[in-house]
Unconditional design. Sequence first.
Length: 135
Amino acid sequence: MDKNKLVKERRKHQRFGIKDIAFAIIRSHTEEELGQIVNISMGGLAFQYFIGNREFQKAESLDVLLADSGVHVEDIDFRVVDDYELVNELPFSSITKREQRVHFKELNTAQKKGLDSFIRRHTFFKQGETIGNMA
């Protein structure tokens, strides 16, 4: 069976592209990292980040933050679905860019309302893109 079809059947929530610059703030007990959100749904999101000395794998929660609007959905528990290296567009660069896809665990009422508002106001559906190609 086609992998894209399997992904489409498992997914409960439609993913949307981001209109504006939005960030995922990834938190552990001792540190924070920042990644740029590339798509989002009520069930999870995908973000890209530059790899440094540590990875996001050990993080416990994340915030969704939209630059310039005051939107801030805090302390979302999640699990990592996928994390992979992106193709480097600059062949001689030593910077490594990765994308991580996460699934939200149980959301409280305030988180659901915040995400719903964020999705309604700051996202779009990419016409012609299949669900399987989105996180």
